[in-house]
Design a protein around this ligand. Structure first.
Ligand SMILES: [Zn+2]
Length: 254
């Protein structure tokens, strides 16, 4: 995958980084990324992924822009209220970077549809606020052996992890959250959330997608980042693989 003169100029600040370089930028150009949810996490992530020059972005969201989204989902403007999020986000991507092939799916992802949507993508970014969707995405990404970057925010707290559970020492998403479908997911749909915090976690999620495509520094799979905005604290925990995990270990799924 070669870079045009326009791309060499556009991505100059990536290419000058020894850890990325022209080779890393070419890997980004060759990559196809699936973003589930164009909300608090997805909206900022989509902006940075578009600017970073991913080859293809697929955006899945069945929601419409609500006035109450504008406090944090800065990809959208007041004039977008009532418009479909996936299509609006795709239009913004085209404006940020016309080199990105963007596809919008205005649909709610179900367990039945997840495998077909994930097929053909190199990384999945899950920023949805629905726990059932998160589990469906995580199971399908694990089965397809596609790295999953998962992030969530609520009130003043955020979390971020990268999962490659098919690897011997790496946990999957279910190793982290368990399997209880009744479990309350971390969600900002009803709770409050500080808008700028979603920008931090969304940007970090984009950073982890870029790392998954063009590896730099340490491998982050198997780590969990916890952000506490009240105490201005970032903590990184080691996430062990659960050898009895029903998804990636020896357990069985109910
Ligand atoms: Zn697991």
């Amino acid at each position: 995958m070669t870079l045009s003169d326009e791309e060499l100029e556009r991505y100059a600040r990536h290419i000058v980084l020894r850890e990325i370089g022209g080779a890393g930028q070419a890997r980004l150009k060759a990559a196809r990324v699936l973003v589930i949810g164009a909300g608090g996490i997805g909206a900022p992530a989509i902006q940075y992924l578009a600017a970073a020059g991913l080859g293809a972005l697929t955006i899945v969201d069945d929601d419409r822009v609500d006035r109450s989204n504008l406090q944090r989902q800065v990809l959208f403007t007041t004039a977008d209220v009532g418009a479909g999020k996936a299509e609006t986000a795709a239009a913004r991507v085209a404006g940020i970077n016309p080199n990105v092939a963007v596809t919008a799916h205005a649909q709610r992802l179900t367990a039945a549809e997840a495998p077909a949507l994930i097929a053909g993508h190199d990384v999945v970014l899950d920023g949805t606020d629905n726990f059932a969707t998160r589990l469906a995405v995580a199971d399908a990404a694990l089965a397809a052996r596609v790295p999953l970057v998962s992030s969530a925010v609520a009130e003043f707290e955020g979390q971020l992890g990268t999962f490659r559970g098919w690897e011997a020492e790496k946990p999957c998403y279910r190793c982290f959250v368990g399997t209880d479908p009744e479990r309350e997911g971390v969600s900002c749909s009803e709770q409050g959330v500080l808008g700028a915090l979603t920008g931090i976690l969304g940007s970090l999620a984009a950073l982890e997608v870029i790392r998954a495509v063009a590896p730099f520094g340490e491998d982050s799979a198997g780590k969990l980042l916890l952000v506490d905005a009240l105490g201005l604290r970032f903590r990184t925990l080691h996430l062990p693989k659960d050898t009895g995990c029903p998804a990636c270990g020896t357990g069985t799924l109910r």
